[in-house]
Write a new protein. Structure first.
Length: 45
């Protein structure tokens, strides 16, 4: 079972998952910054 881990397809899969995680983190950080900047205007009580 462990011999299959060295296949190029597995590396592409890991790279793809890593890329998706990075994109999600960037989008989350951007949304958080946007929320914080919009919240500093005193709109909330």
């Amino acid at each position: 079972m462990m011999d299959g881990m060295m296949m190029p397809g597995m590396m592409w899969g890991v790279a793809l998952v890593g890329l998706l995680v990075i994109v999600v983190l960037i989008l989350t950080a951007a949304a958080l910054v946007k929320y914080l900047l919009s919240g500093r205007k005193g709109d909330r009580p």
